[in-house]
Design a binder for this molecule. Structure first.
Ligand code: PHB
Length: 397
């Protein structure tokens, strides 16, 4: 068995009470809860196609908390980390490493929607405060919403809800959709389908391949043969960079305009190079948001981590801001879970993406931007949807 590392853990063991009076261990529980460190666990992908996304999220969380003095409600933090490998089959086991073994007070994770379902089960069973810094799987803030679970990113259909109309407005009435076949791709398609067909567009074909495969060649050949007005897609991370490059190498760039859920062009602009130029996407962030808040954030992030921030860094940053607000409201006594949850429900997050609030189902209500890649930047060229909320369908809290 591992050695107890906090007073709280020691209290969990009856024998440790011997001599407790002389060591101050007979303090009332609420006072005790405020003396040790707050235990915060990261469950993120640190390997595989989403590895850079995990790093950006962790950077963002740490940056937000460091800007607030590096503490939560006056208490120091002990950090724990698990690499989830974007592997759904290991998700419950990995989440339990943090919740049962490390006894974290707060679990921050993850990127991949399938892995999130494992975390979500553990969060609902244990009641641990669970902050989702990316994964958009609908059910987490719809039918299986939970008081202790908050998402600081998006629901999978939120970014694409605004994509279809932008495409039709540009005269692209027949589109092919292509994605990885798993929850994130399928749910991004739901948003696209609704907005595109409502605006008068027709989806001529849905194409897919299993996550995280990147053998796009046969599918690109099929797109060339179908000759649609445009292509729309969901890809992210390393796979997105490869898709952009393969699309250009197949000779489709310049012939059939490429659109996407904005993750397509996040964190990959160096890797994709000119292949990304001119690609139009919709997302809740854009590098070129012209606000003091965003400019300062970008400058500080670049200085601290020697790399440019992206949407994942912003989502991590906002997770840190939310956690600070929750922990400050209970002066670091995270055992006062109901009060902490209440504070997070009413939080206004002053984000680099623009201010946003939590929906009743604990998902951001936020603006969606239309962006175009130019000179290795996601330039904002318009607001595609104002204060867009996910439906939260079936959520009862
Ligand atoms: C997801 O699996 O929910 C997911 C992954 C990467 C993204 C967006 C969504 O960029």
């Amino acid at each position: 068995m591992t050695q107890p590392t906090s007073r709280r853990q020691m209290l969990g063991q009856g024998a440790a009470l011997v001599g407790a009076a002389s060591t101050g261990l007979l303090l009332p529980p609420s006072a005790l809860a405020q003396t040790g460190k707050i235990r915060v666990g990261f469950m993120l992908p640190y390997t595989g196609t989403f590895a850079q996304l995990g790093v950006a999220i962790e950077n963002g969380v740490r940056m937000a908390i460091n800007e607030q003095g590096g503490k939560l409600g006056g208490r120091e933090i002990e950090w724990f980390k698990v690499d989830d490998e974007s592997e759904p089959s290991k998700a419950i086991e990995n989440a339990n490493k943090l919740v049962q073994r490390d006894k974290v007070d707060v679990l921050i994770g993850t990127v991949h929607s399938g892995v999130q379902m494992g975390i979500h089960k553990v969060a609902r069973d244990s009641g641990v405060i669970s902050l989702i810094p990316n994964a958009g799987v609908h059910i987490a803030t719809r039918a299986q919403c939970a008081p202790n679970v908050f998402r600081t990113s998006f629901s999978n259909s939120q970014p694409t809800m605004a994509l279809g109309e932008a495409m039709v407005k540009r005269g692209h009435k027949k589109a092919v959709w292509i994605t990885w076949k798993y929850a994130a791709g399928d749910e991004a398609f739901e948003g696209f389908k609704e907005s595109y067909t409502k605006a008068g567009g027709t989806i001529v074909k849905e194409l897919g391949l299993p996550f995280p495969n990147v053998e796009f060649q046969a599918l690109l050949t099929e797109i060339a043969a179908l000759k649609p007005d445009a292509v729309a897609c969901f890809f992210a991370g390393g796979g997105a960079a490869k898709f952009l490059k393969d699309y250009a190498a197949a000779g489709l760039k310049g012939k059939i305009p490429l659109y996407g859920s904005g993750f397509l062009t996040e964190g990959v602009l160096d890797a994709a190079g000119p292949a990304a130029d001119g690609v139009l996407t919709t997302l809740h962030y854009g590098d070129g948001i012209e606000t003091k808040r965003n400019k300062e954030f970008r400058l500080n992030y670049a200085k601290t981590f020697k790399m440019q921030p992206d949407v994942y860094a912003v989502q991590g940053y906002d997770t840190g801001l939310l956690l600070v607000q929750g922990a400050n409201a209970v002066k670091g006594d995270v055992s006062k879970k109901a009060d902490m949850i209440k504070a997070m429900e009413v939080a206004v997050i002053d984000s680099p993406r623009g201010k946003w609030t939590m929906s009743k189902a604990h998902n951001p209500v936020q603006d969606i931007y239309l962006r175009e890649v130019s000179s290795k930047e996601n330039k904002v060229i318009g607001v595609a949807a104002k204060a867009l909320a996910d439906s939260g369908a079936g959520c009862r809290m």
